[in-house]
Ligand binder design. Sequence first.
Ligand SMILES: NC(=O)c1ccc[n+]([C@@H]2O[C@H](COP(=O)([O-])OP(=O)(O)OC[C@H]3O[C@@H](n4cnc5c(N)ncnc54)[C@H](OP(=O)(O)O)[C@@H]3O)[C@@H](O)[C@H]2O)c1
Length: 285
Amino acid sequence: MEKIGFIGVGKVGTAFGVRLAEQGFPVVGAMDILPEEASRFSNSIPKCRVYDTAQELADEMDFVFITTPDDVIGQVASEVNWQPGRTVIHCSGANSTAVLRPAKQAGCHVGCMHPCNTFASIQQSLENLPGSTFTLEAEEPVLGDLKGFAQSLNGRWMPLQEKDKPLYHASVCIACNYMYTIISMATDLWKHFDLSQADATTAFMPILSGTLNNIENVGFPGCLTGPIARGDVGTIQKHLAALEQHEPSMVPLYKALGLETIPIGIAKGTLSQEKAEELRKLLSA
Ligand SMILES: NC(=O)c1ccc[n+]([C@@H]2O[C@H](COP(=O)([O-])OP(=O)(O)OC[C@H]3O[C@@H](n4cnc5c(N)ncnc54)[C@H](OP(=O)(O)O)[C@@H]3O)[C@@H](O)[C@H]2O)c1
């Protein structure tokens, strides 16, 4: 691998580019629809040059990351006139390598390397990428290259088939994106007792860290705490009454999540079948 270039150098492109360059990989090309982004990228990597167009970059690189937004990957792949023998990859979790078909048809190797992590800003992305798990959809020789990237980023890798990508990405989305939604909803409730969402967020940090710590170190189902794990039906009744009074729009989601929590409590062994049935009736009403 002699020359690695990036088309689209936002959060994920920058994290891969900077961290791979630090590990000695030859990251030498950057192109972005926003030239200032490409300059920022190239300024942070020695010997990296900015290219004005995706075509110019692709003509000179052996290995091209298309790290644009998902909906643009296919457009870039089809607009570039690819040279055979090059390697083209993307980092989308929702798209398979099918979106790179124009490059494959032109004789390129293709692959997908999805970092199973979250990147909300350039700085956070640089911090979060090392140690990630990377799901890889590729065949040799690209698979070997991608495993090498994962290893040098101090991460793990797992294979993923094209057919499984939509379900895989739904799972990532539930675990990550919808966790933000749930925390946002929970913290927003504090306005009803005259405390701000910012107060709630600060207060929640230790419990959120503790929750992740329990998941990592105790695991499912033992990590579950709270009224459903204990079978405290009266507490759940109080929650429902309070939500009906102050935030009735949250009741359906509260009930749905409660119903999904019951089997975890049973599996943990702290929720009896009898209490579980009472809770099911309450949460299904
Ligand atoms: N962010 C995450 O948490 C995360 C996690 C895992 C995987 N990924 C994947 O990583 C990839 C990149 O995501 P990201 O979060 O890094 O996106 P991003 O921060 O928005 O960066 C994408 C960059 O590509 C630029 N761009 C758009 N169209 C382009 C074009 N035609 N040619 C060249 N550059 C173009 C964008 O410019 P504009 O801003 O002007 O559009 C932006 O600078 C996606 O496939 C995504 O699914 C993201």
